[in-house]
Design a protein around this ligand. Sequence first.
Ligand code: PMP
Length: 379
Amino acid sequence: MMKPVYLDYNATTPIDPRVFEAMRPYYLTEVGNAGSRAHIYGHKAKNAVDQARVQVASLLGRKGEEIVFTSGATESNNLILLGLMSHGTGSSRKHVLATCIEHKSVLGPLEKLRASGFEVELLPVTAGGFVEPDAVLHRLRRDTLLVTMMHANNETGVLQPVTEVAGLLAGSGVLFHIDAAQTFGKEVEALRGIQFDFLSISGHKVYGPAGVGALYIRRCGSRQIPLKPLMVGGGQEMGLRPGTLAVPLIVGLGRAAELAGQEYQQRSHQAARLKRRFLGALEAVDHRINGDLTRMQSHVVNVSFPGVDSEALFLALRSAIAISNGAACSSTGYMPSHVLKAMGLPEDQIASAVRFSWGVGVEAIPHEALLEAVSRLSC
Ligand code: PMP
């Protein structure tokens, strides 16, 4: 039986075979705990981790010692947001700004901050799905500790104005965190060109393995921004993320970062070509694009087909195309998207929203099957 074409790259990407090959020896032949100093096995494991640290940091134009490995962007987001709590309390900076379209792994920790006496403001977005930089500027206060903002929204692909916000915050003493789960290795130049204090990375969105990620933490000379770990243990990762390092996964993330650095332009051009063709094909049926097309990543589009329920469309297409509505990380049942709601979309448009996301390995989007299903379901 033919498998459906996988078009859910924003949920997770396939692993690049070259990444897998880089990891393989660390499962099969290269035993060693990166924390073991007494023998060659430990040294080799540590060297492999250090190389991955540099590979990840280089893609951001930063230094290896500024990278802490985690289990993924969820953990990185939790570590920075909850890890700053005691610094905020100690410095009487208990005001935090975020956007109302953040991922649950940011909104959840923000709830905890709120419950601990922090004032958390969630900034609105426009109908196009992005925050106006002025909205940030107008809400900055003397006691603002942090601005946290995703770089691209996972449901719509709409890019947020991180460059402008970084400019606004420069020299203000307000910390800046970017959740780059969807843009690390994709929006490479944008991230290299700006100043931020923290940045969350996920391995499995960039052709690396799942279960590994990183948190970038800016250093000023030997000084580091004071973060408290969420766990205590063996002191690994400068004490910020104790636990034996997952050497094969970290090697995989490093290799994925290296390959992204070499290939991001070519990947982005190919994705944009597919998008142009796909948008052209969609003209044959009634549809609404959710999000500002001019600010969107090239490999994703969120579309509503009036009168067509998204769940019915997933079902109708299940043997042809694998798609979702984007909130995959919490898909235990139908929950109207908080992102599309925040953009002010009507309920029926939200109920019919479908996200298509693609990447390396996708040669064409089988739009004939889609158009046929949409025409059938909408009558
Ligand atoms: N932030 C965003 C914007 C995401 O899209 C995701 C994954 N859907 C995460 C955080 C969480 O990443 P991970 O799966 O690596 O925990």
